[in-house]
Design a protein around this ligand. Structure first.
Ligand SMILES: CC(C)(COP(=O)(O)OP(=O)(O)OC[C@H]1O[C@@H](n2cnc3c(N)ncnc32)[C@H](O)[C@@H]1OP(=O)(O)O)[C@@H](O)C(=O)NCCC(=O)NCCS
Length: 237
């Protein structure tokens, strides 16, 4: 089943009206012409569970050993995925936070997009993580959701630099970074299926982002989120 049924210019249909949370990161929204990235409430995560369940990787190139990409089938995989998000949402310190979004394409849940700040108040640097259902890939959605989360990072939170990394054989992820103006930033290592594999690192400065930024992207709920993340005001960097 391919998800793209409409012309690319049709605006995404937001999912059912959301009840505002007392916890501002859950109210965050980023909208592009096709996509809505909505703060990952439990209700939205439940909507995504069937997509995650379908998303077991069965052949190389193998992804990261994170729960959503993990190769073990069965309910343990989705339990581990949910637990990782619940734990990550609760782990907010001066030196670390991670924002989780469920991605909707034309109103259907298709994946996740995370934004990770490590020592953000000191360095203004962020990292990103993306995952899409297999049938939503290869239609420019990965690129558009990365543009969306970069807009939140640079425009909304005042980031100075965004980093990314992907295994050398993850052509789509590396290509998303390259297409959005990131520059190569060396190599690194991580494990997949427990075995070491080489990563390609990328970095995008604020000036480089300005060249590919899309003013059509809109943000909602950012101001209320700043104190939660320990960001006094978006810095002019
Ligand atoms: C990585 C991921 C989010 C990219 O999303 P996507 O929707 O597939 O990518 P897009 O359709 O936006 O394509 C982006 C670019 O990659 C290219 N591309 C995508 N898939 C490709 C493939 N299999 N082979 C060659 N090029 C490919 C596209 O042509 C496009 O390049 P362009 O800008 O020159 O046209 C998605 O593939 C995914 O979820 N993969 C599994 C999880 C994962 O690897 N996450 C990243 C961890 S680092």
């Amino acid at each position: 089943m391919r998800v793209r049924k409409s012309p690319l210019t049709v605006a995404s249909v937001p999912p059912n009206a959301r009840t505002a949370s007392a916890y501002p990161p859950l109210n965050l929204e980023v909208h592009t012409p096709r996509l809505s990235l909505l703060g990952a409430t439990d209700d939205l995560l439940e909507q995504l569970v069937p997509v995650v369940r379908e998303g077991v990787v069965k052949e190389p190139p193998w992804p990261f050993d994170d729960p959503i990409s993990h190769y073990k089938d069965g309910p343990e995989r989705e339990w581990a995925w949910l637990r990782a998000i619940w734990a990550g949402r609760g782990r907010v310190t001066e030196g670390f936070w991670r924002l989780y979004f469920v991605v909707f394409l034309y109103g259907r849940p298709v994946g996740v997009q995370d934004l990770i700040g490590t020592n953000f108040s000191k360095f203004g640097t962020v990292d990103t993580f993306s995952w899409l259902s297999a049938e939503s890939r290869g239609q420019g959605v990965g690129k558009e959701m990365r543009q969306a989360i970069l807009h939140l990072a640079f425009e909304g939170l005042g980031a100075r630099q965004a980093d990314s990394a992907a295994f050398v054989d993850n052509i789509a992820s590396n290509r998303v970074s390259q297409a959005l103006g990131y520059e190569p930033n060396g190599m690194d290592w991580d494990t997949r299926r427990g075995d070491p594999a080489e990563l390609r690192r990328w970095r995008l400065t604020r000036d480089q982002w300005r060249r590919t930024r899309r003013d059509v992207i809109t943000l909602k709920g950012v101001a209320a989120c700043l104190p939660v993340l320990g960001i006094p005001t978006p810095r002019a960097r």
